[in-house]
Design a binder for this molecule. Sequence first.
Ligand code: A2P
Length: 283
Amino acid sequence: MKKLSDCFTLANNVSIPCIGFGTWQISDGNSVIQSVLTAIENGYRHIDTAAAYENEKGVGQAIRSCGVKREDIFVTSKLWNSQRGYETTLAAFDRTMADLQLDYLDLYLIHWPANAKQSNDWQKINQETWRAFEKLYKEKRIRAIGVSNFLPHHLEPLLKQAEIKPLVNQIEFHPGYTQQETVDFCKLHRILVEAWSPLGQGKVLAEPELLRLAEKYQKSTAQICVKWCLQSGILPLPKSTTPIRIKENSFVFDFELSTQEIQTINQLPHRWDSGFYPDNIDF
Ligand code: A2P
């Protein structure tokens, strides 16, 4: 990746801009509208939201009013857990589109897998949800469909039954939490991995090894994290409401980490994860 407008290509040949702007924990209204507008003004062309973020109205408003053509912006949203199942998913998608006020969505993700802790029928529930995703995809209301927070044992039963394979898996990924097994599984199955909280919600930014690399390249540790994702073939979704940081997080195309440096980051001990483990969550 050489510039912010460069794209990864999904297995269905849809292009997805290589850094997305994350909007988790940005409140609806002025805050999310201003943040998304700032991101777009600074060249971001990929915005990530979710029904659960409760900011789809503001995200949609910013996208509709920013002056950039709709087809030049890649928009992702996610189906919340309480809406799993075939009919409920179709209805939830309609609500998301009504809130966004957009004609189509670029990418729709199942936010979290149903898990064994929640229901003995967890595989069936994920499959029924996926069947609704496939219908929406075939109707061309969504350009790409995928999942989020799925581990290999959640993906396997879905892959067996799916007519259209998930194209994306968005997982927590940052220095100190690399979920290597899931990343390897996704790469094998041509599922693009996206990184939520690529900065570990800001917690990783004082790590000495990252500070050393930041000093070497005259970059910030946030930029080191974003670059490390890209060089690992993973699409980062950094979040910020601070204009200077929104800009900073996208200025990562004038340096390269060495293979050794990438390895060093990969090997940082397990730390700073959110504690939201897909098999443990009860929401
Ligand atoms: P803020 O939104 O106040 O600017 P993640 O994307 O990993 O979830 O991290 C988001 C957190 O990291 C937010 O608290 C955000 O703060 C902070 N953050 C984002 N970009 C930077 C940056 N370039 N430098 C320092 N902190 C940042």
